[in-house]
Design a binder for this molecule. Structure first.
Ligand code: DX5
Ligand code: ZN
Length: 213
């Protein structure tokens, strides 16, 4: 099954509650939650209190949290307490990947590892048995609404041919047009910000993703 994870970053921030309700009404229950610290990426976004607020209002919502931070290990327990289901950290800032993934698991979450576009997928190979979820960035992290980088798709193929059977997520510039290509390459989790929350008809997008296998 292909999971669609709309990114809250692209939602109408003045009406977040309505946006999450709209997403759930479209039959989508995974929400991608981008946390930015203005160090790892040149932007600031949301923190754990908003994650907790969304989860409290929508207990059926699966919080897919992506930490774009220099010091993500300081926030593992904080996001567990805030209701995160999956916690994804960037490989670029980790010294001890198995230790970090173990801390996430012990806190009761699924563990994810992400790479920026310039980080080779080969750097992930030692950890394929350690992680539940790999997130391939297909834009430079920091902002929604950027153009998809097609050359990153090869990373998905490499991970599948190396035998990775967990979740492969793609984040950045994903839309209804490039979704099929990503799924064919082996992705099974599609983060979609602008293309979902700014769509004229988000339900049509959700239905189109459900058709993909
Ligand atoms: C970018 C974030 C993405 C972003 C995707 O740093 O990690 O999750 O919200 O937004 P779109 O789909 O608009 O590229
Ligand atoms: Zn993200």
């Amino acid at each position: 099954m292909i999971e669609l994870a709309p990114s809250l970053l692209a939602a109408d921030l003045l009406h977040l509650g309505k946006e999450v309700e709209m997403m759930m009404d479209c039959g989508v229950s995974t929400l991608h939650f981008d946390v930015m610290d203005a160090h790892f990426v040149p932007n600031l976004s949301f923190g754990p209190s908003l994650c907790k607020t969304v989860k409290a209002a929508h207990p059926a919502c699966t919080m897919d949290v992506h930490l774009m931070m220099d010091n993500p290990l300081d926030y593992v327990q904080v996001f567990a307490d805030a209701g995160a289901h999956t916690l994804t950290l960037h490989l670029e800032v980790l010294e001890d990947v198995p230790g970090a993934m173990g801390a996430i698991r012990r806190a009761g979450m699924r563990c994810g590892l992400s790479v920026k576009p310039k980080t080779p997928a080969e750097n992930l190979l030692p950890y394929l048995n350690t992680v539940d979820h790999i997130l391939i960035m297909t834009v430079e992290p920091g902002f929604g609404g950027q153009k998809f980088m097609p050359e990153q798709v090869e990373k998905i193929r490499l991970l599948r041919s190396a035998g990775f059977t967990g979740v492969i997520s793609v984040d950045g510039g994903v839309n209804a047009e490039n979704a099929a290509l990503l799924v064919r390459a082996g992705a099974n989790h599609l983060v979609m910000g602008t293309a979902f929350f700014r769509a004229d008809n988000p339900r049509r997008i959700a239905d189109a993703i459900k058709e993909l296998t």
